[in-house]
Write a protein that binds this ligand. Structure first.
Ligand code: SF4
Length: 253
């Protein structure tokens, strides 16, 4: 769906619980007509996540726009490596760049607005440190939250807010009250790409073995492995529990 009017709040939604909480909070604060969701499609999500995006648009009565800057596997071929370690070409090009482009166009069209971002400090010690002293009611220039966002967005009137920064996981699930993505109930602690290729082997194996879609994702990744001459595994597939990283913290809000 294309955005056609002015909005007070834009919420980047991933299909995950924290961004959904922001969407629900924004609707409660200013009404569905004043809220727009933005979904950056990586072309690597589970069908249940795509359906969930449609479901929450209907449930909360909001418009959700989908943007796409390519696919995770295309980016892996382009850069000759899978995401992981310091390489997050997919986050940079499919999430941050697409969001930046959309925010700029929206600010040009209607002037300033707020962006409610679903980051939570209890998601990781790295995040807790990065967002230490960030108050959940405070409005920030985008580059103050993430340096990859240009300063001109702030000059155009775009402001970031972190409404669930101090929420703990239990609060989030309680607030959503069963409205969250069903993949959580199937044992996935994070929802983003299926799987996030930057996550540890244990999580990748879990997704690849989960269902028919997971198995088809494994096959698609296998073809890219052959093409770029790199393995998707980072810890040795025999040791399934060694690497427990759960994936990208930006993508899975
Ligand atoms: S969830 Fe993982 S694989 Fe998907 S875009 Fe983010 S870092 Fe890349």
């Amino acid at each position: 769906m294309k955005a056609k009017k002015d909005y007070k709040i834009l919420v980047p939604v991933s299909g995950g619980k924290d961004s959904q909480t922001c969407l629900k909070l924004a609707v409660a604060a200013v009404g569905a007509d004043n809220v727009l969701g933005l979904f950056c499609d990586t072309k690597f999500e589970h069908p249940k996540t795509y359906k969930h995006i449609d479901d929450i648009a209907k449930l909360y009565g909001v418009d959700i726009v989908t943007v796409n800057g390519g696919s995770v596997l295309e980016k892996s071929i382009k850069y000759g490596r899978f995401p992981g370690g310091g390489a997050r070409h997919c986050t940079d090009e499919l999430k941050i760049r697409e969001t930046k482009i959309y925010l700029k166009a929206m600010a040009e069209r209607q002037g300033g607005f707020e962006v409610w971002y679903g980051m939570r400090s209890d998601e990781s010690s790295e995040r807790a440190k990065r967002y230490a002293n960030k108050v959940d009611e405070t409005l920030y220039h985008p580059h103050e939250i993430m340096r990859k966002y240009p300063k001109y967005l702030g000059e155009m009137g775009v402001r970031f807010k972190l409404p669930v920064l101090d929420w703990v996981t239990e609060q989030v699930f309680k607030y959503l009250d069963g409205e969250e993505n069903p993949l959580y109930g199937e044992g996935f602690a994070r929802v983003g790409c299926f799987p996030c290729l930057a996550s540890g082997d244990r999580w990748k194996i879990k997704a690849f073995e989960h269902d028919d879609f997971g198995r088809s994702q494994r096959e698609a990744v296998r073809q890219v492995e052959v093409r770029i001459g790199k393995s998707i595994w980072t810890s040795g597939i025999g040791d399934r529990h060694e690497n427990s990283g759960q994936g990208c913290l930006i993508c899975s809000i």
